[in-house]
Design a binder for this molecule. Structure first.
Ligand code: ASP
Ligand code: MG
Length: 416
């Protein structure tokens, strides 16, 4: 990502992002405005990035799907981008009503350039000249999250939860001192507290661990925002709109204040994936390449991939994709069954993923074994297994995911 840099003034600059639940009603927007006003009194420059009001993006998306089975991608982005315009304008109206100079700006007005991949666009650059001019004139900038504009001027959106990525990108482009992500939870937890009642809030977590937690299903931060923060070394503080708790600082590993570092820092889970299995495909070069190239060409993210040892020149091949990509994935794979010599395919939409994450795993043996034992003791069958240097993931039956999270949280001593 390239940024044109025009940092004129020497005042410190903070980017604050408020999620959909923080701007869910006009009353909540007033609360956000009061928080912004308080911070502004300390003399810092402020860019406030907002998500759409809670539920709005889902509502818009549902209408698109009522209008057509596979809605046109360009028009869908055009539609979805309106959600953030509503909340940004309402916050700017509220601030101005309080006598605070403010200016709401869309992705296009922010000159936030993306590539042209609708619904999953990636940020390419941001020209910050106009934003700096408005900041220097004393304005609070209220920026729409989740959107940008491609080289042809089409509106694009950055993928669900994309406002986090907008906030970090804008913070990096403006060379902000801090990026604060305000949400409805106190910070990053050792597990989802709704699933695991004794989950603890972490004071700090490393970028890498946060990446794995996010990619494995923790919804606190969009994964791409963490990747971006890591690449730009932009510390991100996750905290609650409704509390003064300092939240969780996501930062480089060496800045994490973990004295008695636990081997595992958290357990994450994801119920938004489904499993596709190609039965008895030919065991020859090019089969996997053909399938995954076709999925990649359709911008479908494939997660866990397992291919078995071949018997009699044939093997089964399983992988998981996001549930929202399942119809399209099925269509693509169906079209390739003959070409790869498969005898059939199964789609299983009753799975979930559960993962244990921690940089401490690099230096400790036996994490996977402990995980499998804990799942076994809870009577949970493992369907697929995958690992990275700092994570072990199992695919299990979706109905057992709560039991799995609680069992692992206890087994790794993460409780309070
Ligand atoms: N409004 C978008 C969504 O619901 C972006 C965001 O909330 O971050 O996914
Ligand atoms: Mg979000």
């Amino acid at each position: 990502m390239a940024f044109v840099w025009y940092r004129m003034s020497i005042m410190s600059l903070v980017v604050q992002k408020f999620g959909g639940s923080s701007v869910g009603t006009v009353e909540k927007i007033a609360l956000v405005a009061r928080r912004v006003a308080e911070r502004r009194k300390t003399g810092v420059g402020l860019v406030v990035v907002v998500s759409a009001m809670q539920g709005d993006t889902d509502r818009l998306l549902q209408m698109a799907h009522e209008a057509a089975k596979i809605p046109d991608p360009r028009e869908t982005d055009q539609l979805l981008a309106t959600g953030e315009q509503v909340s940004a304008a309402l916050l700017a109206i509220t601030l101005k009503g309080m006598g605070i100079p403010a200016c709401s700006m869309t992705g296009a007005q922010l000159r936030l350039r993306t590539d042209g991949i609708f619904s999953k666009a990636r940020i390419v650059s941001m020209d910050t000249e106009r934003v700096h001019a408005l900041l220097d004139a004393g304005n609070v900038i209220v920026a729409t999250g989740f959107q940008g504009v491609d080289a042809e001027g089409n509106l694009t959106t950055l993928g669900r939860g994309g406002s986090d990525t907008s906030a970090v990108a804008i913070a990096a482009a403006l060379r902000a001192d801090e990026c604060e992500i305000y949400t409805d939870v106190l910070g990053v937890y050792t597990a989802d507290p709704r699933v695991c009642p004794d989950a603890r809030k972490l004071d700090t977590i490393s970028f890498e661990e946060m990446m794995e937690m996010a990619s494995q299903g923790s919804k606190v931060l969009q994964i791409r925002s963490v990747e971006l923060a890591m690449n730009h070394k932009m510390p991100v503080r996750v905290r609650s709109t409704f509390s003064d708790d300092p939240g969780t600082l996501v930062c480089p590993e060496e800045d994490c204040e973990n004295i008695e570092r636990l081997v595992v820092c958290g357990v994450s889970h994801n119920k938004d994936e489904a499993k596709i299995t190609l039965r008895s495909v030919e065991d020859r070069p090019g089969v996997a390449a053909k399938i995954f190239a076709a999925l990649a060409a359709a911008q479908i993210n494939v997660d866990v991939i397992i291919q078995n040892v071949a018997h009699d020149g044939r093997t089964d091949l399983s992988f998981t994709v996001g549930r929202s990509d399942i119809a399209q994935s099925e269509e693509i794979v169906q079209g390739l069954l003959n070409a790869v010599g498969a005898v059939g395919m199964d789609v299983d939409d009753t799975i979930a993923k559960v993962s244990v994450v921690g940089v401490g795993m690099r230096a400790h043996a036996g994490v996977a074994a402990k995980m499998f034992q804990a799942l076994c003791a809870a009577g949970i069958n493992i369907q697929l297994i995958t690992t990275s240097e700092i994570k072990v993931t199992c695919v299990i039956n979706r109905e057992q995911v709560g039991d799995a999270v609680r069992a692992l949280h206890g087994a790794f001593g993460l409780g309070g």
